[in-house]
Design a protein around this ligand. Structure first.
Ligand code: ATP
Length: 286
């Protein structure tokens, strides 16, 4: 059993600046970190660190960032496809943190948008019935729908984390076996008829809804430093826990997920905050 994650991979650059620049201004700033980012990459990295066979299908550009991304991903226990570089800059998120605690973020999607259906179909050549296709909200509605239809035609299990939200995503519920959303996304998209639905509520915890039951799993308390990446950690570890035990998403999967998310929120950054493989192994098998 293998999980195919289709989505984006990016370079996250964080800058400290005195204030958010106004139109026409020129300011000094300090680049404070550079890490791997993108929801597709985050979720694939965490799934693979849990010991799940993982293929990340994401576009990397043919620039120096692209070569850096490939080098960083070689250290992770996953396969990154397509194995060629796209003729564009790699996707980047530039996060500006101003001295007064405000922020502004610029994100490019050119590389993710360049990843065509033929590239993804090629990368899914070996996908078999029972394998999983996991998607987030970074692709267009049409591309997301086509990939779920392809997965269904192959007998794959479909998992959807519709973040960032596009309103049309509400049309896709009939194609989704497992959905995981935060409470704001759930209010916008009103998932209906999904066999397995998980709605996360930040520091409170998460609801697991099947067609006939509802269970609440409280969050694991943590000394919170930075909550970015909590959702990706929760999703990946929840899915891995169920897949490794060859069971449906259950309360134990949510408990494992909330313990892993508590590690992520207790550390600064996103990629650098994610639990390591040894931590995840102790958590899942301890
Ligand atoms: P993200 O900030 O990564 O976009 P999200 O909005 O997708 O997150 P949340 O509902 O905020 O998802 O959080 C997902 C899970 O992470 C929660 O169900 C909880 O288990 C854990 N979590 C989030 N915030 C905290 C916190 N402050 N303390 C402990 N656990 C937390």
């Amino acid at each position: 059993m293998r999980v195919y994650v289709t989505g984006n991979i990016a370079v996250d650059e964080t800058w400290a600046i005195p204030d958010i620049p106004t139109k026409g201004s020129s300011i000094h700033g300090n680049k404070t970190s550079q890490d791997i980012g993108g929801k597709g990459a985050n979720q694939a990295i965490l799934l693979s660190r849990c010991g799940v066979e993982t293929v990340l299908i994401a576009a990397v550009g043919n620039d120096s960032n692209g070569r850096w991304i490939r080098e960083k991903m070689r250290a992770e226990p996953l396969r990154l496809l397509p194995d060629f570089l796209f003729p564009c800059h790699s996707d980047t998120s530039i996060i500006f943190n101003s001295a007064d605690g405000d922020n502004a973020i610029i994100t490019t999607t050119v590389a993710a948008d360049s990843l065509g259906l033929p590239d993804i179909t090629q990368a899914l050549t070996d996908a078999a019935p029972g394998d999983v296709l996991l998607q987030q909200g970074n692709f267009s509605l049409e591309k997301t729908r086509s990939l779920f239809e392809l997965a269904k035609s192959r007998g794959m299990t479909t998992v959807f984390n519709p973040s960032p939200v596009k309103s049309g995503f509400a049309q896709l519920w009939p194609l989704v076996d497992i959905a995981i959303l935060n409470q704001h996304e759930a209010a916008l998209l009103r998932p209906a008829g999904v066999k397995m639905l998980v709605v996360t509520h930040g520091a409170q915890g998460a609801w697991l809804n099947t067609l006939d039951t509802q269970r609440f799993c409280p969050a694991t308390s943590a000394a919170v430093v930075d909550t970015t990446g909590a959702g990706d950690t929760f999703l990946a570890v929840m899915l891995a826990s169920a897949l490794l035990r060859e069971t449906q998403i259950d309360e134990l999967a949510l408990t494992h997920a909330s313990k892993a998310a508590a590690i992520t929120v207790s550390r600064p950054g996103t990629f650098s905050a994610f639990p390591k493989a040894a931590e995840l192994s102790a958590l899942l098998h301890g």
